[in-house]
Design a protein around this ligand. Structure first.
Ligand SMILES: C[C@H](C(=O)O)C(=O)SCCNC(=O)CCNC(=O)[C@H](O)C(C)(C)COP(=O)(O)OP(=O)(O)OC[C@H]1O[C@@H](n2cnc3c(N)ncnc32)[C@H](O)[C@@H]1OP(=O)(O)O
Length: 566
C-alpha cells in the first residue's frame, strides 16, 4: 500500500478515535511517558499488504473492532462458574460481581447439559458436580436472586438443551419484572462443536438445527442485543486440534449458522451481530495472538464477500476467550497461575472482548473460592498494572506476528475448501435449504472426518511430548519439589439428595393439566414446523422440567450415535 493510502487510513482512524468515548485513566508508561493510542507505519513509509492489517475499528478489523481498543472499554472479565445447587452458585456469583467481575457465565452440571432432571437415574452421582443443577424455572429464579437480569450480561454455557434452558432464563427475567426484550447475554447453543468435539448432543443434527433456527428468529425479532450463539473453538482445541484447525472448524461452524439464518429468510445485517465466538488461549503466545487477529479478518471478509453483510456489526467477530484447561498440570499446580497469566495475555494482545482465566486447581476439581479469586485477580493485574490496555493492537506490524497471522489465515482457507468439497447433501426437508458449508459440516460429522483429523493432531502432539520435543515443566522436564498440597472443592452428595427432594415437592405442587397441555402444544409445534419458542415458554412457565421437555422431543426426534473410527 502506498504512503498516501496509509495516511488516509490514519486520518479515518483519528476521526473515529476523536469521536469515541475513552475511559478516564492514566495512559502513560510506568515511567510516566505518554503512549499513543495506536501505532502504525511512519508517515511516508509504504507497506506491502497493509490493507490486510489496516487500522483498529476498520475493515477487515485485523487490529480490533474499535478505534479506541481497550481505551474505550476494557475486556469483560467473565469468570465461568457454577456448582452444587442454584443457591450455592448464586452466592458465588455475588462474590464474583463484588470482586469486580464484569459479567456472569453459568456452568451447568452434566445432567442439565444432557437435558436430564436431577431425579433421573442417569443423573445419579453427577448432580451439582461440574456445574449447577437446574431442573426448572424455579431453579433459574434462585440462580439469579438479587442479581438484576436487565443490568448484568449473562452467558449460559449449554448447547444440547440450550433452547429450553434459555426459556427458563426468560421466565426468570419475567418473574423479576424485567422485560425480556432488554436482556443482553450469550447462549452457547453451538451444536456443531458438540458433534465435532464435546459430545453433548440430544438429537440428530437436523432437529437441533431446526431449534436453533427458531431461536435465531425469536432473538432477532424480540431480543435484539442477545447473542443466541457462541460458536466455540475452545472444545475443539482442547480435544487436540491445532490452532489453525480450531480456527477453521469454528469459523466454518459460524458460516453454517449464517447459512441457517439466511435459509430462514432473516436479514444478515440483523441476525449476524447475534453470532459471537469462543476461543481457547493456549500456550504458544504468538501463535495464539495471530490466531485471534486472523479470526477477525477472515470472518469480516467472508461476511462481506460471501454472505453480503454490509454493516460493521454484521462483519465483526466478537469473541470470548478461556485460557487452556488442557495446559494445566496436576504436577506442581501453582505453576498453573503462570501458564494462565501468559495465555490470558495472548488473548488480550489478540483483542479478546471477554475473558475467563482458569483457576490453578481446575485440573483436579472445580475451583475453590481462593483459587477462583486468584484467577480473577490475574486478569485484574493484567488490566490495571501492565499497560496492555493503553494501546490498540500493540503487536500490529510485528514481522513475526503479521506473518503468523497470514499463515494461519491461509491454513484456515485450505480447511474451508476441504469442508466445502465434502458437502454433498441436497435440500433435507425442502423448507430450509442447506448451504454449501453446512452441507460439508454435516457430512464431516456423519463420517467422522472432524474427529479423525483432531485425533491425528492430538496423537502427533502426544508423540512429541513423549519424545521430549515438546516440554512441559513438572511433567517431562524440571521435576521439582513444588508440591500439590491444595485444598480442593468437594461437592457433597447431600446436594443431590436435597435437589431431588425439592424437585419432588415442586412437581407435586404444580398444575399437572397445565403442564401436560403445554407439553402437548409444544409437541404439536415440533410436528407442524412452527416456531417452538412460545409453546416451550408456556411449558416452562407451568414449571415443566428440563427432562420432561427434552424427553418429549427425544421421543419425537430420536437420539444420535456417532460413527466409530480408528
Ligand atoms: C469450557 C467451558 C465448558 O463448559 O466446556 C465453556 O464452554 S465456558 C464458555 C463460556 N462462554 C462465555 O462466557 C461466552 C461469553 N461471551 C460473551 O460475553 C459475548 O458473546 C461476547 C464475546 C460478545 C462479549 O460480550 P460483552 O458484552 O462482554 O462485550 P462486548 O465486546 O460486546 O462489549 C460490550 C459493549 O461495549 C461496546 N464496546 C466494547 N469496547 C468498546 C470500545 N472500545 N469502544 C466503544 N464501544 C465498545 C461493545 O460494542 C458492546 O456494545 P454493543 O453490544 O452495543 O455493540
Amino acid at each position: 500500500m502506498d504512503a498516501s493510502a496509509i495516511e488516509a487510513g490514519r486520518s479515518r482512524w483519528q476521526a473515529r478515535y476523536d469521536g469515541a468515548r475513552k475511559r478516564e485513566a492514566d495512559f502513560t508508561t510506568l515511567s510516566g511517558d505518554e503512549v499513543a493510542p495506536v501505532y502504525g507505519p511512519r508517515p511516508g513509509d509504504t507497506y506491502e499488504g497493509f490493507e490486510r492489517i489496516g487500522w483498529p475499528g476498520e475493515y477487515p478489523f485485523t487490529r480490533g473492532l474499535h478505534a479506541t481498543g481497550y481505551r474505550g472499554r476494557t475486556w469483560t472479565i467473565r469468570q465461568f462458574a457454577g456448582f452444587g445447587n442454584a443457591e450455592q452458585t448464586n452466592e458465588r456469583y455475588k462474590m464474583i460481581l463484588a470482586a469486580g467481575g464484569g459479567g456472569l457465565s453459568v456452568a451447568f452440571d452434566m445432567p442439565t447439559l444432557m437435558g436430564r432432571d436431577s431425579d433421573d437415574p442417569r443423573s445419579l452421582g453427577e448432580v451439582g458436580h461440574c456445574g449447577v443443577a437446574i431442573d426448572s424455572a424455579a431453579d433459574m429464579e434462585i440462580l439469579f436472586k438479587d442479581i438484576p437480569l436487565g443490568d448484568v450480561t449473562t452467558s449460559m454455557t449449554i448447547s444440547g438443551p440450550a433452547v429450553p434452558v434459555f426459556c427458563m432464563y426468560l421466565v426468570a427475567a419475567e418473574r423479576q419484572g424485567v422485560d425480556p426484550a432488554v436482556l443482553n447475554g450469550t447462549l452457547q447453543t453451538d451444536i456443531f462443536k458438540e458433534y465435532i468435539a464435546q459430545k453433548e448432543w440430544l438429537f440428530p443434527p437436523e432437529p437441533h438445527l431446526r431449534l436453533i433456527g427458531d431461536l435465531m428468529e425469536h432473538c432477532t425479532r424480540g431480543i435484539p442485543a442477545y447473542k443466541p450463539l457462541s460458536v466455540s473453538g475452545y472444545h475443539i482445541r482442547e480435544a487436540g486440534a491445532t490452532a489453525a484447525q480450531e480456527l477453521a472448524y469454528t469459523l466454518a461452524d459460524g458460516f453454517g449458522y449464517v447459512e441457517l439464518g439466511l435459509s430462514r429468510g432473516l436479514d444478515v445485517d440483523t441476525f449476524a451481530p447475534g453470532l459471537s465466538f469462543f476461543f481457547d488461549a493456549h500456550l504458544d503466545f504468538f501463535e495464539e495472538i495471530a490466531k485471534f487477529r486472523a479470526a477477525r479478518r477472515i470472518w469480516a471478509r467472508w461476511m462481506k464477500e460471501v454472505y453480503g453483510a454490509k454493516t460493521d456489526k454484521a462483519q465483526w467477530l466478537r469473541f470470548h476467550t478461556q485460557t487452556a484447561g488442557v495446559s494445566l498440570t496436576a504436577q506442581q499446580p501453582y505453576n498453573n497461575v503462570v501458564r494462565t497469566a501468559v495465555e490470558a495475555l495472548s488473548a488480550v494482545l489478540g483483542g479478546t472482548n471477554s475473558l475467563h482465566t482458569n483457576a490453578l486447581d481446575e485440573t483436579l476439581a472445580l475451583p475453590s473460592e481462593q483459587a477462583a479469586e486468584i484467577a480473577l485477580r490475574t486478569q485484574q493485574v493484567l488490566m490495571e498494572e501492565t499497560g496492555v490496555a493503553n494501546v490498540a493492537d500493540p503487536l500490529g506490524g510485528s514481522w513475526y506476528v503479521e506473518q503468523l497471522t497470514d499463515r494461519i489465515e491461509a491454513d484456515a482457507e485450505k480447511i474451508f475448501e476441504q469442508i466445502r468439497e465434502r458437502g454433498t447433501r441436497a435440500v433435507p426437508d425442502g423448507r430450509h435449504p442447506i448451504g454449501p458449508i453446512t452441507s460439508g459440516i454435516l457430512r464431516g460429522i456423519e463420517d467422522g472426518w472432524f474427529t479423525g483429523e483432531i485425533a491425528e493432531s492430538a496423537f502427533r502432539y502426544q508423540q512429541s511430548l513423549e519424545k521430549g520435543d515438546k516440554r512441559v515443566v513438572g511433567v517431562n522436564c524440571h521435576h521439582g519439589s513444588v508440591t500439590g498440597d491444595l485444598e480442593i472443592l468437594r461437592v457433597s452428595h447431600e446436594v443431590e439428595r436435597e435437589q431431588v427432594r425439592v424437585l419432588g415437592g415442586r412437581k407435586a405442587a404444580r398444575d399437572d393439566a397445565r403442564v401436560s397441555g403445554a407439553l402437548a402444544a409444544m409437541l404439536a409445534a415440533a410436528r407442524d414446523g412452527s416456531n417452538m419458542i412460545e409453546p416451550m415458554l408456556e411449558a416452562v412457565r407451568a414449571e415443566a422440567t428440563l427432562g420432561e421437555i427434552c424427553d418429549v422431543l427425544r421421543d419425537e426426534w430420536g437420539t444420535y450415535t456417532e460413527p466409530v473410527g480408528f
